[in-house]
Ligand binder design. Sequence first.
Ligand SMILES: Cc1cc2nc3c(=O)[nH]c(=O)nc-3n(C[C@H](O)[C@H](O)[C@H](O)COP(=O)(O)OP(=O)(O)OC[C@H]3O[C@@H](n4cnc5c(N)ncnc54)[C@H](O)[C@@H]3O)c2cc1C
Ligand SMILES: NC(=O)c1ccc[n+]([C@@H]2O[C@H](COP(=O)([O-])OP(=O)(O)OC[C@H]3O[C@@H](n4cnc5c(N)ncnc54)[C@H](OP(=O)(O)O)[C@@H]3O)[C@@H](O)[C@H]2O)c1
Length: 258
Amino acid sequence: MTAAPEAKYTEETVLWVKHHTPKLMTFAITRPEAYRFAAGQFSRLGFHDGEGFIWRAYSVVSAEYADTLEYFAVLIENGSMSAKLAVLKEGDKILLDKTATGFLLPERFPDGKDLILLCTGSGIAPFLSILEQPEIWQRFEHIRLAHSVSYADELIFSDRIAALAEHPLIDEHFHKLHFVPVVTREAADGALGKRLPELLRNGELSDAMKLTFTPEDTRFMVCGNPAMVKDTFQALMDMGFAMHRNRVPGQIMMENGF
Ligand SMILES: Cc1cc2nc3c(=O)[nH]c(=O)nc-3n(C[C@H](O)[C@H](O)[C@H](O)COP(=O)(O)OP(=O)(O)OC[C@H]3O[C@@H](n4cnc5c(N)ncnc54)[C@H](O)[C@@H]3O)c2cc1C
Ligand SMILES: NC(=O)c1ccc[n+]([C@@H]2O[C@H](COP(=O)([O-])OP(=O)(O)OC[C@H]3O[C@@H](n4cnc5c(N)ncnc54)[C@H](OP(=O)(O)O)[C@@H]3O)[C@@H](O)[C@H]2O)c1
């Protein structure tokens, strides 16, 4: 008789759930002591589903040193996992794969002075975690975050980003950050109004970020809608930037957020 293989997941408890709009929610779960991740990585979360399981990837929003694990989910109409998350409540059980994965890790850039984080929708999640790591603030001279959403009420993290100014590990570096909201389907005060690749090509993003982008100094991280990731990569290549690979250093690192 063979012993049952050790489970690849742990069962965690939902600590809180917040619904920000009908399709945007954040929630936190217990973090097992042995659970390790690097800011920028994603967890696999699951539920028992009939005779089997359902598993999906969710980027960790929390800092590496946090006691709990927080996530940001965009609920998809008719999505199987979204249907389960939509009714999630405090005290519920959720499954957590023991291994976090992902290569959207700013420490993979060996050099560069300016870190530019470009995202759409739920693609902001890994950047929220990265922004809570003090190393990144010490390492880069300027940090810029652009978050593109369709409607202004989907910009739910503005206060959280502003609150980094009071973060004990980050406050002295906070002046390095500039947040550029982008709203694509309605006019919104203080936000740019076109998609990210167009804003890169026409110079509006560089103007709004008050930086000149150069291959020597600028490093881009891109996360979100796969079509945006592809179009943004193309725009950056046309501007003279290249994909970063560990053996062939470049300026662009990216991940499809779904
Ligand atoms: C590396 C990685 C990290 C991810 N991180 C997150 C995260 O932090 N937060 C999050 O909400 N989702 C994230 N996702 C997507 C998530 O894994 C699920 O796909 C999503 O929650 C939908 O699952 P579903 O079963 O409800 O719908 P599915 O049937 O799996 O998806 C239906 C369709 O919805 C679209 N879609 C899926 N996810 C999104 C999304 N986030 N925003 C807009 N459209 C989407 C896609 O077109 C997809 O084909 C991530 C995916 C990957 C691969
Ligand atoms: N947002 C909606 O109106 C809406 C309504 C019903 C259902 N849904 C569904 O809900 C899910 C989540 O929607 P979401 O709005 O959070 O995510 P999303 O569709 O990824 O949109 C987020 C942001 O990404 C932009 N974007 C999309 N494709 C791009 C590209 N190729 N290049 C650059 N930017 C691009 C969008 O611009 P645009 O606004 O110009 O597309 C928007 O600013 C999706 O499955 C979507 O189909 C969305």
